[in-house]
Structures are given as structure tokens and as C-alpha cells.
Ligand binder design. Structure first.
Ligand SMILES: Cc1cc2nc3c(=O)[nH]c(=O)nc-3n(C[C@H](O)[C@H](O)[C@H](O)COP(=O)(O)OP(=O)(O)OC[C@H]3O[C@@H](n4cnc5c(N)ncnc54)[C@H](O)[C@@H]3O)c2cc1C
Length: 217
């Protein structure tokens, strides 16, 4: 497995539970870091964690959203439609689940090449070489495994920026700003802080949008 994000760790756990020997190779020295996700997730996150694990990473519950697009449009339900979680802790908990199921995790190793042979695959990192029956590319949007094995790239790439203020806010709705098709931004109350973020097509500068998000919400 290349990548100890939520996908890599979930897959590692599932294979390990079927008595397959699994090695997860992760380039970061510290699982989940650097942070590159808002952790605003749908309720089915609960299917992937125990109740205790979920409570430990929960920061806020969300009932709705204000969408800003030539005016403000409110969507609101009387039940939780999503949750705000600590994404770094999610990755750590999922990795621990994988390890407890028997998977091994090699931290601080960057996969540099993947070579498919007749009967095996050879994965070289910046510090070691591994052979396995198969490799799973769980290495995110800019996947090295995808590139090395000749799989096609997605049609569109977005890049984002996140920033945090120390406002205390546990309100139960998020703000979403839209300028279709090229941009969306958000404000997420996280309890002891508020996150502002923006995502734009690769090559554009998301920082330029942050002021306009703060003005709109
Ligand atoms: C700014 C931003 C905000 C987002 N907010 C949300 C949100 O609120 N809610 C939501 O559901 N989704 C959000 N997403 C999307 C979400 O982050 C991804 O869908 C999710 O992280 C994908 O999980 P993954 O396990 O496939 O990959 P990742 O989480 O990207 O994990 C890939 C892992 O592979 C490792 N890796 C990469 N290359 C190598 C290599 N060559 N060798 C070894 N290891 C490698 C990385 O270090 C990383 O740990 C956001 C994304 C961005 C960029």
C-alpha cells in the first residue's frame, strides 16, 4: 500500500483482516501531516470508526449551509447532515486500526518508482526496495503509483488553501461561496476556531479569493 491516508489505512485493515501481509509506505514522518483537508465529512464517517473514536475526533455537528451565489440561499435540516472532525486525528486512528489488524507501516519513506514484473511488483523508495504480489496506490490526488503504472490522470485538478482564526464558533451551519465553475470557498465553524478556505483550478492562486470569502459570509 502506498499512502497512509484514510483510504490506505482502511484498505490495509481490510486486507490484514483477511490474513494478507500488508506493508503501508508513507512519506510523512507523522501520519496525517501536513494537514491538507478540512475534515468536513458526511455522517457515514461513523461506519469507519467506533463510537469512542468518533467522539474523540468530533469538533462540531452541522445541520445546514448558507450558499452564496448572487445572494444567499439557506439549506437547513433538523438533523445533522455532516460533521466537522479533526482530520489529522482521523488519519492517526485509521492507521492504528490498520496496525492493530496486523499491517506494518513504514513512515518517512517516499515512493519513487513502481515497476510491474510478470509475477510481482517492485516498489523503490528513497531508502529501500520492496517486492510484493501487488501494490495499491493510495497516495492521493497526485499519485506516484498512478503515474508509474501508466494510469490516466483525472481531467481536473484543484488546489486549495486553508486558514484558521481563533473565533469561538460552534454554530451548526457552514458557509459555501460559489463562483461556478472556477472557484468555491468555505467557512467552517470548528468550536474553538473557524476555518476559511478556497479551492481553485490548478495554476490559479487561491489566496486571491480569501478576502472575498470573508466579505461574503
Ligand atoms: C484543501 C482541501 C480541503 C479538503 N476538504 C475536504 C473536506 O472537508 N471533506 C472531504 O471529504 N474531503 C476534503 N478534501 C479531500 C480529501 O482531503 C481527500 O479526498 C482525501 O484526503 C483522500 O484520501 P486518500 O487517503 O485517498 O489520500 P490522502 O489523504 O491524500 O493520503 C495520501 C497519503 O499518501 C502519502 N503519499 C503521497 N505520495 C506518496 C509517495 N510518493 N510515497 C509515499 N507516500 C505518499 C501522503 O503523504 C498521504 O499521507 C479536501 C482536500 C483539500 C486539498
Amino acid at each position: 500500500m502506498v499512502g497512509a491516508g484514510p483510504v490506505g489505512s482502511q484498505l490495509a485493515k481490510r486486507f490484514s483482516n483477511k490474513d494478507v501481509d500488508v506493508l503501508v509506505i508513507e512519506r510523512s514522518e507523522s501520519i496525517g501531516e501536513p494537514l491538507a483537508c478540512s475534515g468536513h465529512v458526511s455522517p457515514d464517517i461513523r461506519d469507519f470508526l467506533s463510537d469512542d473514536e468518533f467522539e474523540e475526533i468530533l469538533q462540531n455537528g452541522i445541520n445546514g449551509a448558507d450558499f452564496h451565489l448572487n445572494g444567499k440561499y439557506r439549506f437547513f435540516r433538523d438533523e445533522k447532515v455532516s460533521y466537522v472532525i479533526d482530520r489529522i486525528e482521523l488519519d492517526k486512528k485509521k492507521a492504528l486500526q490498520a496496525q492493530n489488524s496486523g499491517a506494518e507501516i513504514a513512515l518517512g519513506e517516499n515512493v519513487e518508482s513502481v515497476e510491474e514484473k510478470e509475477d510481482r511488483v517492485v516498489v523503490d523508495t528513497d531508502s529501500a526496495s520492496y517486492e510484493a504480489k501487488m501494490v495499491a496506490g493510495c497516495d492521493g490526488a497526485s499519485s506516484k503509483v498512478r503515474d508509474e503504472t501508466g494510469l490516466p490522470e483525472p481531467d481536473h485538478f484543484y488546489q486549495g488553501v486553508l486558514c484558521f482564526t481563533d473565533e469561538e464558533d460552534s454554530s451548526d451551519f457552514v458557509d459555501v461561496t460559489l463562483d461556478v465553475p472556477s472557484f468555491f470557498g468555505w467557512r467552517i465553524p470548528r468550536g474553538d476556531s473557524v476555518e476559511y478556505g478556497a479551492a481553485v483550478p490548478k495554476g490559479e492562486n487561491p489566496m486571491e479569493w480569501l478576502d472575498s470569502i470573508a466579505e461574503q459570509v
